[in-house]
Design a protein around this ligand. Sequence first.
Ligand SMILES: Cc1cc2nc3c(=O)[nH]c(=O)nc-3n(C[C@H](O)[C@H](O)[C@H](O)COP(=O)(O)OP(=O)(O)OC[C@H]3O[C@@H](n4cnc5c(N)ncnc54)[C@H](O)[C@@H]3O)c2cc1C
Length: 382
Amino acid sequence: MVDFELNEEQEMLVELARTFADDELIPNAEHWDREGLFPAESIYKARELGLLNCTIPQEYGGMGLSFLDEVMINEELGRGDPGFATITGVTMLACHPIIYAGTEEQKQEYLGRVCDGKISAYCVTEPGAGSDVKAITTTAILEGDNYIVNGAKMWIGGAGHADWFYVLAKTADENTYGALSGFIIEANSPGLSVGKKEEKMGQRSSDTRSVSFDNVKVPKANLVGGVEGNGWLQAMVAFDRSRPMLASHALGNARGAMEEAWQYANERRTFGKSIFEHQAISFMLADMATKIEGARLLAHKAASMLDKGERATLAAAHAKRYAADIGMEVTTDAVQIFGGYGYSEEFPAARRMRGAKIYQIFGGTSQIQKLIISREINKDYQ
Ligand SMILES: Cc1cc2nc3c(=O)[nH]c(=O)nc-3n(C[C@H](O)[C@H](O)[C@H](O)COP(=O)(O)OP(=O)(O)OC[C@H]3O[C@@H](n4cnc5c(N)ncnc54)[C@H](O)[C@@H]3O)c2cc1C
């Protein structure tokens, strides 16, 4: 049976997240974005309220919630401020490889630190390799009890504030998935340096930087799971588990844009009536609502599959790709409904649209999601 009802606990969680977004995120989002401010105090408040670290097990200090709970909470955070949602989202992205494959000591130490308020970051992309993960060139060579890591990562969310990094590196000199291994690297390691804050189109509160490794010594104990060659699987599991959440951020941002446009459409008058009364506008709003509903159903389906322990690669790709693409469409239409004011930074529509674009790029581009979808479905035709 498919059940679309929320239970009492979920209703309370969503209400809590919505109120937090209304009181803490929406009033600050414009200022954070304009000044490029990292919202450390609000991250602290969200954690105190129990809105972060949703799917980290309780034994390590997390909330121990379901993936479905996580996407519901995160839709509200994305509606509040997608930049904020990205910061808290990348911390979870870095935690997933540890939850999935970490040793007990790694879970206790590094998940424990995140649950105590530290931030972690996920270092896969490099200047020369994004979609093509296998093409990374960062190396980790075992010397005695340490790996020596050399290389550079690019576009790392939260890097300037991270306490530790999940880093994908090559432990064998081969162009194979088996050459990839995952490491936990402390931010204060000698030889690790974090670059300047990138000037981005949107989500400017989410700190994004390069991270370089110059002969960084990493204890053998920080090889994730204690096994070489498992990095590809860890990185991909992290994507499967975080794509429904990214989808919920994109659709939450789209929902925020639609709500703001809807209100404006009833206030703004042209030719003697509200612009909502022009069918071209009310139909545009109806299209937005349908797209958002569809995106939510896909995100919930992928999250529910994860909750059942099922492989969710296809469902997560559908959810991420659809929410990212409709997020761009809905926010662009919201700008249109605001007319000239939509083009002004005085109104939220422009910021929503700038913030929407990144969902088609990070966490696997929309083209890469289509690649996954087509490959996964094609298995049934071979
Ligand atoms: C703001 C921001 C934050 C980010 N945060 C992180 C982070 O925290 N951690 C991290 O590791 N990375 C992060 N990234 C990196 C992001 O995941 C990559 O930018 C993304 O995966 C694309 O890689 P690329 O930029 O190298 O583009 P490329 O891989 O060079 O792709 C360029 C274009 O070609 C297309 N393309 C590539 N290959 C194919 C193909 N086989 N078929 C069809 N089309 C293809 C792509 O879709 C894209 O349109 C972030 C990026 C940004 C901009």
